[in-house]
Design a protein around this ligand. Structure first.
Ligand SMILES: Nc1ncnc2c1ncn2[C@@H]1O[C@H](COP(=O)(O)OP(=O)(O)OP(=O)(O)O)[C@@H](O)[C@H]1O
Ligand SMILES: [Mg+2]
Length: 371
């Protein structure tokens, strides 16, 4: 097992900065997920760990060793890609054994590792089949198995589930999580799917345009996003953002926009200061909007429901407030219908505020205090 460390790592392709001054420490045995929109530098970061991409500046360490100039085969890593290619003419057994044979591992040892891995991935009965005789999910498990038999110090996975249908993806996701609990090997896992990131990662590193935005456990990113980008990226459906104007002072300070009134929560008073007439961006998650009378101190959002999506236990309401789209998720017992005029509210503790220029989160006093 090993740690993986990015120390001021930059990668340029001609004039494109794919990864910009990345600093990240991945702990021994940790399941770290790199997540972010297409083109943000996830695959490039992973390929630098693997040694498949030269590093323009900074250094990558595996354990204590700087690996910038170490050949991929000497890095003790195994990689699972989105488009895994199994050897079509070989059986599952030989696909699993192939890498070990190349490394001249003893035959008995190969047999033991292949069988152990197959048992772990429930491939025991399929060892004599060829890839074309397997389902997509079974093939994906063989691809994972090929990485596992090598017993590497670090697993690198680049969107390994993206070729699977929704149901298989959920199953395989759980399989990988179980495997990690069992093997306790360091994993660096790349995905652009925030649900995958939230469910699998012990920590998540959110990237955008080559830059690391925030790294932390899933719940920390959900509860305390450092900026508007992370706030909008983590959580599904995405957080609602509204441009609001600050008026009044002290206990009378409020944030408003058409159809929306938010008493400024006390914890923000200090950071907002005595200025009035300031513009801010308010953020609140769809699942934190509640139907019914607004309690004192809560934000009030008056909307008209446009579309209601019934989801079984919940319903998702696409509504408008002053020409702005607002998404709310409420208990389906509410039976909201299109055209309904609704009063929604948000508890003050669930409100996020952002600087409209920088996108940075306004950090409230309470959050500045040590826990
Ligand atoms: N070989 C290359 N030559 C030039 N530019 C490249 C090369 N590889 C990647 N890039 C650029 O670097 C940036 C980061 O690419 P990268 O593949 O790391 O993104 P990603 O986060 O993995 O995206 P996706 O989710 O689409 O896979 C992109 O702007 C991409 O166009
Ligand atoms: Mg990629």
């Amino acid at each position: 097992m090993a740690t993986v460390t990015f120390d001021h790592v930059t990668k340029r392709f001609a004039d494109v900065v794919a990864v910009d001054d990345l600093n990240l420490e991945i702990g021994d045995g940790e399941f770290m997920v790199l997540v972010g929109p297409s083109g943000c530098g996830k695959t490039t970061s992973l390929r630098m760990i693997a040694g498949l991409e030269e590093i323009s500046a900074g250094s990558v360490r595996i354990g204590d060793r700087v690996v910038n100039d170490v050949a991929p085969k000497d890095r003790d890593i195994a990689m699972v890609f989105q488009s895994y290619a199994l050897y079509p003419h070989m059986t599952v057994y030989d696909n699993l054994a192939f890498g070990l044979k190349l490394r001249k591992v003893a035959k008995q040892e190969i047999d033991k590792r292949v069988k152990d891995t197959a048992a772990m991935l429930d491939l025991g009965k399929l060892l004599q089949r060829k890839p074309k005789e397997l389902s997509g999910g079974q093939r994906q498990r063989v691809a994972l198995g090929r990485a596992i038999v090598r017993e590497p110090a670090v697993f690198l996975m680049d969107e390994p589930l993206s070729n699977l249908d929704a149901k298989l993806r959920v199953e395989t996701r759980a399989n990988i999580a179980r495997l990690h609990q069992r093997l306790k090997t360091t994993v660096v896992y790349v995905t652009h799917d925030q649900v995958e990131a939230m469910t699998m990662g012990s920590r998540i590193a959110v990237m955008n345009e080559g830059r690391l935005q925030q790294v932390g456990p899933p719940q920390e990113l959900y509860d305390h996003p450092v900026n508007r980008f992370v706030a909008g990226f983590i959580g599904s459906p995405a957080m609602n953002f509204v441009d609001v104007a600050l008026t009044g002072q002290g206990a009378d300070a409020k944030l408003s926009a058409e159809g929306i009134t938010i008493p400024l929560p006390g914890r923000f008073r200090q950071v907002v200061g005595p200025t009035t007439d300031r513009k801010l961006v308010a953020g609140f998650r769809p699942e934190h909007l509640e139907l019914g009378e607004t309690a004192d101190g809560a934000a009030r959002v008056d909307v008209k429901a446009d579309v209601v999506e019934y989801l079984g236990n919940e319903e998702m309401i696409h509504a408008s407030a002053g020409g702005r789209d607002i998404v709310a998720v409420v208990d389906s017992a509410a039976r909201v219908r299109p055209g309904d005029i609704l009063e929604l509210h948000v508890a003050p503790g669930k409100l996020h505020l952002f600087d409209p220029e920088t996108g940075a989160t306004l950090v409230a006093e309470r959050e500045l205090l040590p826990a």
